[in-house]
Design a protein around this ligand. Structure first.
Ligand code: FAD
Length: 418
């Protein structure tokens, strides 16, 4: 027997809750069901690699407030600790891990991503990934024990974890397969500035290195083997080696699951089925290609647009669907400074570095660079720029903007704003 569940949102984090909020705000007053395999109510993930590791407590939304608040305010049917296991797309019927079947008016897929692991690391004590609050609390517990830490992966997550562990006074080695930390996002020369920043704070940085295995003793990690025979001693190993879209439960659904849930410009994957957040790969009209973005702000912006498009598809609002064309944005906090990035930076053919001052004992680093192809600037990254400056950079990335105008705008934006 299946039950009528109204609009069903699978995944109750940033994208899922934004979709639920948007549906209610847009005037939908029918049944609204949220399915979450996590047993906690939603919480913010960005603090997990920052404040939570530093010991500043769990994110606010988890720490305080009435746990039933969201459910009551939005009048939701929330199923915590329940996994969606299959979706019959033509029938719009969702199967849950409990064996229950839900008939859905529309489905929003907001299941995010799962951390990648390296072979042979599963079940070894002291080896961590970082995606959930429980992951962060378990890692924090191991960090305070004080042993040497190896962070595998030099992306945003890996560098943040290395910075947080150094903040606790630990012996930290950051290992990346790339030429420099964050090089795929920032390019090599600015990756060098990030490496300098970590070394300046006492992190050992190993670049261009591959982890070939773990050294274990009594079921617990004792070190990391790198190619070239080097052994990095470690009581704690953090794997920050990327993520995989959480689409396993959609196998056999007929949806396009190549790198996330493939969607059109309106974030529709099939009639009545939409996707939002880290799991969604959609056609971005501004950039003329598909994109999947694993950033906090994208999750809520996309969830909001998806809500509107669900309502348009059901005739709840009398409006055409909205194409989703955001300017991607992320931030990263390390050693007390903040990096902010707008637009597209990865894979740039042309990088214009306007400022790259390494940090010193008296002063944090300052950095400003534009990214794009031969003709147009499509992205900007800064460290240490004030909000007025970063807002102007957003406009450059939103263009895309021809290089002459982009460089002028970036110079103006940075003038007096450091
Ligand atoms: C440690 C960390 C630090 C970060 N820091 C930053 C930052 O500084 N800046 C920034 O821009 N971004 C940051 N991010 C990224 C940002 O948090 C994500 O982009 C955002 O959480 C994505 O939200 P989402 O709702 O799409 O997916 P998620 O937050 O991944 O939520 C998906 C939810 O769906 C659930 N789920 C999965 N499969 C199923 C299923 N079959 N059935 C039911 N439920 C399911 C998952 O358990 C999860 O609760 C960080 C992420 C992490 C992990």
């Amino acid at each position: 027997m299946s039950a009528a569940a109204g609009i069903v949102v699978v995944g109750m984090s940033a994208a899922g809750t934004a979709a639920a909020e948007g549906l209610r705000r847009g005037g939908y007053d029918g049944p609204l069901t949220l399915i979450s395999e996590e047993t906690r109510l939603p919480y913010e993930r960005p603090p997990l690699s920052k404040a939570v590791l530093a010991g500043d407590g769990p994110p606010d939304s988890e720490a305080g407030g009435d746990p039933g608040h969201l459910e009551q305010r939005l009048s939701l049917d929330v199923r915590l600790g329940v996994r969606a296991t299959a979706l019959d797309v033509p029938a719009r019927r969702l199967t849950l891990g409990t064996g229950e079947e839900l008939d859905c008016t529309a489905v929003v897929v907001a299941t995010g991503v799962r951390p990648r692991r390296l072979p042979g690391t599963e079940g070894v004590a002291g080896v961590h990934v970082l995606r959930t609050l429980d992951d962060a609390l378990a890692l924090r517990k191991d960090l305070v024990a004080g042993g040497p830490v190896a962070v595998v992966g030099g992306g945003v997550l890996g560098t943040e974890v290395a910075a947080a562990a150094r903040g606790l006074g630990l012996d930290v080695t950051l290992i990346t397969v790339d030429d420099q930390p964050m090089a795929p996002v920032l390019g090599g020369s600015l990756g060098l500035l990030i490496a300098h920043e970590h070394r300046r704070h006492g992190v050992r940085v190993r670049t261009g290195r591959t982890v070939t295995g773990l050294l274990t003793a009594g079921g617990r990690v004792a070190g990391v083997h790198l190619d070239g025979q080097e052994l990095v001693p470690a009581d704690v190993v953090v794997l920050a080696v990327g993520s995989v879209p959480a689409t396993d439960w959609l196998a056999g659904s007929g949806l396009d699951l190549t790198d996330g849930v493939g969607c059109d410009a309106f974030c529709a994957a099939a009639p009545g089925v939409f996707a939002a957040g880290d799991v969604a790969r959609w056609w971005h009209p501004r950039y003329g290609r598909t994109m999947r973005v694993e950033h906090r702000m994208n999750a809520s912006e996309q969830g909001t647009v998806v809500a509107r498009n669900v309502l348009a598809s059901l005739g709840v609002i009398d409006a055409p669907p909205t194409a989703y064309a955001p300017v991607p944005y992320f931030w990263s906090d390390q050693y007390g400074w903040r990096m902010q990035a707008y637009g597209v930076t990865a894979g740039a053919d042309r990088v214009e570095v306007l400022r790259a001052d390494p940090g010193t004992p008296d002063r944090p680093p300052k950095m400003l660079a534009l990214y794009g192809d031969r003709d147009l600037a499509r992205g900007a990254v800064s460290i240490g720029l004030r909000p007025a400056g970063t807002r102007a950079l957003r406009a450059v990335a939103a263009g895309p903007t021809d290089w002459g105008r982009a460089l002028d705008a970036a110079r103006t934006a940075s003038n007096g704003n450091w």
